[in-house]
Design a protein around this ligand. Sequence first.
Ligand SMILES: C[S@@+](CC[C@H](N)C(=O)[O-])C[C@H]1O[C@@H](n2cnc3c(N)ncnc32)[C@H](O)[C@@H]1O
Length: 285
Amino acid sequence: MSNAAALAAPSARREFDFTHADHQAISRIVYDALGILLPEGKAQLVYGRVAPRVRACGLGSVAAYLKQIADDDDERDRMLDALTTNHTSFFREAHHFEDFSERMWPKLAQRLTSGGRVRLWSAACSSGEEPYTWLMAALGADKSAAQRLLKGDLRLLATDVSPSVLETARAGRYSADTLRTVPAKLRSTWIDSRLTVDPLLRDAISFRPLNLLGAWPMKGKFDAICCRNVMIYFDEPTKAKLQSRLADHLETGGMLYIGHSERLSPDVAKRFDCVGRTAYLKVSA
Ligand SMILES: C[S@@+](CC[C@H](N)C(=O)[O-])C[C@H]1O[C@@H](n2cnc3c(N)ncnc32)[C@H](O)[C@@H]1O
C-alpha cells in the first residue's frame, strides 16, 4: 500500500486492507444516503463497523466489499445500519421531559379527556428509550389514570433510519443495566419482571423506519417533537433544512426539543421562543 493510501492505524494490525480511498468512498455513500459526516478522524470507527460486514460476506478487503455493495442494495443497507451511532438511554436529558410534563401535558391530557387528539414525534428514536421515557414521564405512576388517557386519541410516532434499533424498540425489552436510570416508581409501574415495557405504553407508540433526509409521509402536525442528538452528525445546510421541516410539522404553540449540543439555525430560530435548555416553543408559522 502506498503512503498516501495508508490510514492512521497501521494496516498490518488490521484484518482487512483499508485505504484512504476506501474511507472516502464509504463516507460519500453514508453522507449521500443519511447526511452523516464521517471525516478522516473517524477512520478507525468506520473500519471497526465495516470489518464485521466484510468478514460476514467472506471477502478479503474493504475494496472488494465496496465492489459488492455497488450491486447489492441489501448489503449496502446493512453497512449503513452498522454506521449509525445509536447511543441513547432512559431519561437522557430528563429536563426535556420535565418541561413537557409541566408546560404541555396538562392541556394535552385535558384535550384527550374531551375527545381531542394529541400527536407526538420522537424523530431518531434509536432503540426506543426516548419515546418510552417520554410517555412514562408524562403519564406518571398512576396506571389507572394513565389507562383512561391512553384510551383517548394519543399517538407517539417514533422513527429511526436503522432497522436494527427499531427491532429492539418494538420488542421493548431491555437489560437491567439499561433500565437503571428509570425512576423506581415508574419502573415498577411500567416495566414487568421480564424487564419488558408494559404493552399499554408500547401500543401507544408507532415505531416506523424513516430517513430524516427523505420524504416524510406524515400529513398532520405534531404537538411536540423530540429530535435529539442526531443533528450533531449533519453539516450546517442539512441541519438547517431538517430544522425548517421539523418547524413546518409542528403546531404553533408546540414544543421542539433538541440535543444539548445542538442549536437552531438563525432562520429557524425566528419561529421559536427558547423557553428552556434546548427547548423551543413554536410561536409563528
Ligand atoms: C445518538 S442516537 C440519538 C437517540 C435519541 N434521540 C437520544 O437522544 O437519545 C442517533 C440516532 O439517529 C439515527 N439517525 C442517523 N441518521 C439518521 C437519518 N438520516 N434519519 C433518521 N435517523 C437517523 C441513528 O440511527 C441513531 O439511532
